[in-house]
Ligand binder design. Structure first.
Ligand code: HEM
Length: 471
């Protein structure tokens, strides 16, 4: 019967066409092609497939570069993935742990505000990216590093990401041949990986020593500085052992790869989200005013404390803030696709056969902008997420359990592992930036919603607003 089921609609010879396209172009060029297919052949929806779609496709690049697949984003659905994901979600990103990082967020808020005060029309995207790196580096390594050290890590991560997304897709196609043809690319990529190792391994070792001291072991002590945090992601990774492999601990290479994943997953996504949301607030002054009114009424007009503290941004107290963030993620999801999924077995969706091993993706941006689902989809209307009386957040299902209208974080077993902290970061920094400044459009530098695909989909013409301090 399998043979008789139809493959999903699409042009003939897509696999080869796809491969040739990867060979010639970078991943960024493929989106218009997929969008064309989507419009012509309708949504090839793959919802509710559960476990069958929880694997990730393998590419030759990890083995060619000698990097591990033992990271959350790349591991197949199985015990190692479960172990690493549970470690991140319940050891580092559990609400009780997230609370411990509140002083880190307050510090980064100050760093961000300082950057935003530089110059008349600051490069806000640059400020967002740097601030998110400060925060994630601190959470990852438990150390408040100075600007040059954070910049070095940021540069190394960006160089690696940009290089692999632009130059390594050639190895998807006949790797045994292309690895010879494109030797130089492998050499450069290897060098970039070594640079990450060089930066991360000393920080990981420092943490190992710190933990030993904490546990009271006799190791020569240096004075603990004020910049050292009592908790970090690396601490949890140092405790992980893999039962399937004789309870061995993670290797330094695996920890480096997991740290790199942590930094990449949580920085660009969030700073891109911040940029789109602030651009909408610049363009839609009435929304900005309404949000500022909510902030004022929650924090009080003459609140000496200039910070919108975290207990104030709960949905019950600031529903409009949450609605603004959701509307931003609907209209401008930082990733227009999820990470690639793989069909673990032949499956049938909507009468079509998806053969085992097929790479499957989802049109995240298209879903959020679908005129059939969303009224005035291309307008920025946070009110659509509020109940009729406008005072309460309507039930919003980001996990896709009751149907999927938008999925900026994906859905199902591979849903973003950082969804709750990502929402907290967006809410906390947007609220504080609106409390601190009035965000205004500058003549000649009007907000332009054109998109450009980098690691995430960013503004082709970065936001350059004028920031007027509120007090
Ligand atoms: C606005 C910010 C963020 C957005 C829009 C976002 C979005 C996504 C998306 C679309 C996926 C892929 C889901 C799939 O393949 O089906 C993903 C996966 C993931 N995200 Fe996020 N993310 C954000 C922030 C974060 C943060 C802050 C962290 C951690 C610190 C994080 C950690 C992860 C991890 C580990 C995965 C892989 C999950 C797996 O394969 O099991 N993300 N994210």
């Amino acid at each position: 019967p399998t043979q008789r089921r139809r493959l999903p609609p699409g042009p003939p010879a897509v696999p080869l066409f796809g491969n040739l396209l990867w060979l010639r172009n970078s991943a960024a060029d493929v989106e218009p092609l997929l969008l064309g297919l989507f419009k012509k052949y309708g949504p090839i929806a793959l919802i509710g497939a559960g476990v069958a779609l929880a694997d990730r496709p393998r590419t030759a690049t990890s083995s060619l570069l000698g990097v591990t697949d033992n990271i959350i984003t790349r591991a197949d659905y199985g015990p190692v993935w479960r172990l690493l994901r549970r470690n991140l979600v319940s050891e580092t990103l559990h609400p009780s742990r997230v609370r411990l990082f509140a002083p880190a967020r307050a510090w980064v808020r100050r760093v961000l505000m300082e950057k935003l005060r530089e110059g008349d029309e600051p490069d806000v995207m640059e400020a967002f990216q740097y601030s998110m790196f400060c925060l994630l580096v601190l959470m990852c390594f438990g150390e408040r590093l100075d600007e040059p050290a954070v910049r070095a890590i940021e540069d190394a991560e960006r160089a690696w990401l940009i290089y692999i997304s632009r130059n390594l897709t050639v190895f998807f196609f006949l790797p045994s041949v292309t690895k010879h043809l494109f030797r130089d690319r492998l050499r450069v990529a290897h060098g970039l990986r070594m640079r990450q190792r060089e930066l991360f391994v000393p920080l990981i070792h420092a943490r190992r020593e710190y933990k030993k001291r904490q546990q009271g072991q006799a190791v020569p002590t240096t004075k603990e500085s004020e910049t050292t945090f009592q908790y970090s992601y690396v601490d949890t990774l140092l405790d992980v052992t893999i039962p399937e492999e004789g309870n061995r601990p993670l290797t330094d290479d695996e920890i480096v790869a997991l740290c790199s994943e942590f930094l990449n997953a949580g920085t660009d996504t969030t700073s891109t989200g911040l940029q789109w949301i602030m651009a909408e607030l610049v363009k839609n002054q009435a929304v900005q005013k309404k949000l500022y009114d909510e902030i004022k009424s929650t924090c009080g007009d003459d609140d000496g404390d200039e910070d919108v503290s975290e207990d104030k941004i709960e949905a019950a107290r600031m529903p409009y803030l949450k609605a603004v963030i959701l509307e931003g993620l609907r209209k401008h999801p930082p990733g227009h696709f999820v990470l690639p999924h793989k069909a673990a077995q032949d499956m049938e969706v909507g009468g079509y056969l998806i053969p085992k091993g097929t790479t499957v993706n989802f049109m995240v941006a298209e879903m959020g902008r679908d005129e059939g689902t969303w009224e005035k989809a291309m307008e920025f209307v946070p009110e659509r997420f509020l109940e009729e009386d406008g005072n309460k957040l309507a039930a919003v299902d980001m996990y896709g359990t009751k149907g999927i209208k938008m999925m900026p974080f994906g859905v199902g077993r591979r849903i973003c592992a950082g969804i709750s902290i990502a929402m907290l970061h967006l809410e906390y920094f947007v609220a504080n930036m609106v409390k601190e400044f009035e965000w205004k459009e500058v003549a000649g530098k009007e907000v332009d919603f054109s998109e450009k695909r980098e690691f995430t989909t960013v503004m082709a013409n970065p936001l350059r607003p004028r920031l007027v301090p509120r007090n």
